[in-house]
Write a protein that binds this ligand. Sequence first.
Ligand code: GDP
Ligand code: ZN
Length: 360
Amino acid sequence: MTLAELGWNDHFAAAFAPHAAAGCVPGRVTLELKGYYEVTGEFGAKLGACSGKFINTAKAQADFPAIGDWVVVTPQDGEETRVHIHAILPRRTKFSRKAAGLEEFEQVVAANIDTVFLVSALDGNYHLHRLERYLAAAWASGAQPVILLNKADLAGEDAADLPAEIAAVAPAVPVFTVSAQTRRGLKALAPYLAPGSTIALLGSSGVGKSTLINRLVGENLQDTGDVRDVDGKGRHTTTQRELLVAPNGVIVIDTPGMRELQPWDAAAVVGTAFADVAALAARCRFGDCSHTVEPGCTIQAALADGSLAAARWQSYLRMGRVTAHEVRRVNRAAQQQHKSHHKKLTKNLRQRVHEKSGEE
Ligand code: GDP
Ligand code: ZN
């Protein structure tokens, strides 16, 4: 596997230059476990652990590697299964969620995703407000959002209005109506699937993310990307890598945490997704304008002349009200799911490492 195939580019190369001088090599985190990482580079796939110095200087959970990160490791001799992680190269993009401990803290769910497909289904399971929320997460991450309206084959007549409705809440975001089943509209996505670019899919369960992934990468990933394992009882099981280089060269990050992501900093996220509304509100005559009856209110003026859609203003108000409470609730559920997923992966990986190194 070459670095370019893993998503390496001039940006990362520049950030890595000082580490190269120190004799280190780069690798990408392709599987994240509790305290361990699978790091893939020109040396192959190895088990990585953070060096003591790294751990001592890390100040927060978010300073530790996440799936998709480029990390700086010391090369080991061919037979060695482990590498030490010394540093993380600055993240170009990151998806975070709020995790609960003694205090709430930021947990990075995935890093360096270029394009995030926000998937909804047109089979009646479509919710504009859920989409707005995913959009907010995408804006906060720095990744380019692309909206996919899947299951076009099941769409009712009212679906024809949706792209326009979406354009009103998601100005300048590309929207594609597709069917993973009939493959309608999928060819148009080619520009986002260039070799070496990293993608992820966000959306509720059942909207067709798994089906879409397999269509987008040109082959059934389940058949090509799995890591073979033996579980504790000696049975063969499969553990899916969380970062996969697909047969067509695109890199896919697919984790339960990404699939059901809810944003980390709801307030900041609302500000980013609704930057246009926030900019209007900032120009009201009174600093504490309630945007209802005050003279010199730019929001009321924009609503009146149609430059701000009433639906978008309502969404903005709704987001502000629901985020704090709802994001907390959803995150708790996602965290539980993530925990059980990790438990299984950790067990499998430990087993694998023991086999390779002949321990036990
Ligand atoms: P995920 O939970 O988002 O990963 O969704 P899946 O990929 O597992 O899809 C859920 C169900 O929807 C499966 O039964 C798929 O076969 C079906 N499905 C996915 N895409 C389409 C589509 O474009 N049209 C139709 N009719 N069904 C689809
Ligand atoms: Zn106002």
